[in-house]
Design a protein around this ligand. Structure first.
Ligand SMILES: Cc1cc2nc3c(=O)[nH]c(=O)nc-3n(C[C@H](O)[C@H](O)[C@H](O)COP(=O)(O)OP(=O)(O)OC[C@H]3O[C@@H](n4cnc5c(N)ncnc54)[C@H](O)[C@@H]3O)c2cc1C
Length: 490
């Protein structure tokens, strides 16, 4: 008889897990509390403006290609990609750098900042390429359930080259002296939700992804990827139920016997939850079947939350790039206010994305669509509209000063989004934006397990289990978890 699985959540990891389960011949129902697929990659369309509310950087195109290939499809069957050039702009205290897509041009830029650094970059990236090939090519597809998975000869042989025992900050500092270059090389690990001083140097593979893999843009925005994956899942026969919230997981004799939603009840053979891990564990399940006590979660380092602004302008800006990072104030204080002494940032760093620079379809003619993002500590309270306006004025002023134009007077659409919205919309623990950070102590087998430790047919996917935060890891997570389900039913 055909086996059945319920997948809670239709974010990237839920879509991925659902597709792999359907490919294996299972009956798959995805239950999603929100009205559209995509999870944190929600799309906002209003007054002619189209915003990606969550992810905006498309890195590691090979991971997406690999995903579609497993269903005998190509990425191009679902959306079109363009490579951005420059990849992004970084504003420093007094000037800025445009990071070119061409590696030769990038080496010239490095050399102009620190003589001799282009050769160092070559060496650094040789190591990073090795890590990318072993890490993304192989290790991230392991379920992280036991150390034994990593004990094959090739991995043991290369363990020191993989740099899992040193921080990326140390690693970068060994290669580059100039502060700008150091910050440039440390920036990609911020995607992993942790500080460079607390992230294994294994993740210099992110520099390889950035520099060699490139920054891409799916036409129509990141939501085109959601639409593509949703379409694929439908083609594979997955059923979706939107605006339906799972309220309870009923466990008997170490097995899920009933999944109760606000509309129905289900008795699947297996359950994959791609909803926030902490929420599934502590709110949906009885305490006896939880894998981790509340005290475990209290000690975890969550990735930051975000203060976001979705802005529509009635004009086009000049002198702006698709992605810009404002590293124009010192990093340390803001980092401290995210991780060590959580508080609203005193001098925030921020990120700006203007998709309409590359894609006129996301704004009305002659207009621009802008997203501002300030990373803030998970768990902060008091995100009132008044506070959000204060921060908006600060960063807007900085952007106006640095790009030499008035923006404020041209705003025709404004929406803010923050910690409490993440909690309300996604049941996010402490309002985290992208899950559990990939720190030294929260990597691979040290992450919350993709299989329940107590309930035989309960599995987890998504940014808080293996391999970690980000869209490519979410795709991988769905695949890894689906494989574990299938293994346990062999
Ligand atoms: C602002 C922001 C910017 C980001 N930028 C980038 C980027 O540029 N590049 C990148 O690669 N990554 C980025 N990320 C990270 C990336 O978006 C996430 O890691 C990834 O989308 C997480 O997918 P997921 O499937 O694990 O979780 P989610 O997307 O959170 O999916 C979980 C789903 O479960 C649903 N759910 C929860 N509870 C229930 C319930 N009780 N019943 C039914 N459904 C439920 C939720 O509604 C949600 O749809 C960003 C994230 C954010 C928030």
């Amino acid at each position: 008889m055909q086996k059945s699985v319920i997948v809670i959540g239709s974010g990237f990891s839920g879509l991925s897990a659902a597709s792999f389960m359907a490919k294996a011949g299972w009956k798959v129902i995805v239950i999603e509390k929100n009205s559209t697929p995509g999870g944190r990659a929600k799309q906002l369309k209003q007054d002619g403006f189209t915003f990606d509310m969550g992810p905006s950087w498309y890195w590691m195109p090979d991971v997406f290609d690999r995903f579609f290939k497993q269903f005998d499809k190509k990425t191009a069957d679902y959306y079109q990609l363009v490579r951005l050039d420059p990849s992004y702009r970084v504003y420093w205290e007094n000037d800025f750098s445009d990071i070119p897509a061409s590696y030769d041009q990038l080496k010239k830029l490095f050399e102009s900042i620190e003589p001799g650094s282009s050769k160092q970059l070559d060496k650094y990236l040789q190591e990073a390429a090795y890590k990318y090939n072993v890490g993304v090519g192989k290790l991230v597809y392991k379920p992280g359930l036991s150390l034994a998975e990593f004990l094959d000869w090739e991995t043991i042989k290369g363990i020191f080259r993989l740099d899992v025992f040193t921080s990326i900050q140390r690693h970068v500092h060994q290669y580059f002296k100039n502060d700008k270059l150091r910050r440039l090389m440390e920036f990609p690990v911020l995607f992993l939700g942790a500080l460079p001083s607390n992230t294994p140097a294994l993740y210099s593979l992110m520099n390889y992804a950035d520099i060699k893999g490139g920054t891409w843009y799916p036409n129509g925005g990141m939501y085109s990827v959601v639409k593509g994956m949703y379409q694929l899942a439908l083609e594979l026969g997955v059923t979706f139920s939107f605006d339906e919230t799972v309220r309870e997981i009923v466990v008997q004799n170490s097995e899920v016997i009933n999944v109760v939603s606000d509309q129905s009840e289900y008795r699947p053979d297996a359950l994959i939850s791609s909803a926030d891990y902490h929420f599934t564990e502590t709110i949906l399940q009885p305490s006896a079947s939880r894998s981790y006590p509340e005290s475990y979660w209290n000690k975890r380092v969550m990735a930051p939350s975000c203060l976001l602004y979705y802005i529509g302008l009635n004009k086009k800006l000049h002198n702006v790039k698709h992605h810009s990072l404002f590293f124009d104030v010192p990093f340390d204080q803001h980092a401290d206010e995210i991780y060590s002494t959580p508080k609203w940032p005193t001098h925030p760093l921020f990120y700006v994305s203007v998709n309409s620079v590359s894609d006129p379809s996301v704004a009305p003619p002659g207009c621009d669509t802008i997203v501002f993002l300030i990373p803030v500590a998970a768990g902060l309270t008091g995100d009132t509209e008044e506070l959000k306006r204060e921060y908006f004025d600060i960063i807007l002023q900085r952007m106006e000063n640095r790009t030499g134009q008035n923006i404020k007077n041209s705003i025709v659409f404004y929406k803010s989004y923050s910690v409490s919205d993440f909690v309300n919309d996604y049941n996010s623990y402490k309002g985290n934006a992208y899950g559990l950070a990939n720190t030294l102590r929260q990597t691979a087998i040290l992450r919350p397990s993709c299989r329940s430790k107590k309930v035989k047919n309960l599995f987890y996917s998504g940014q808080s289990t293996v391999p970690g935060p980000g869209v490519p890891p979410a795709l991988i997570s769905g695949e890894v978890t689906a494989r574990e389900v299938l293994k346990s039913f062999q």
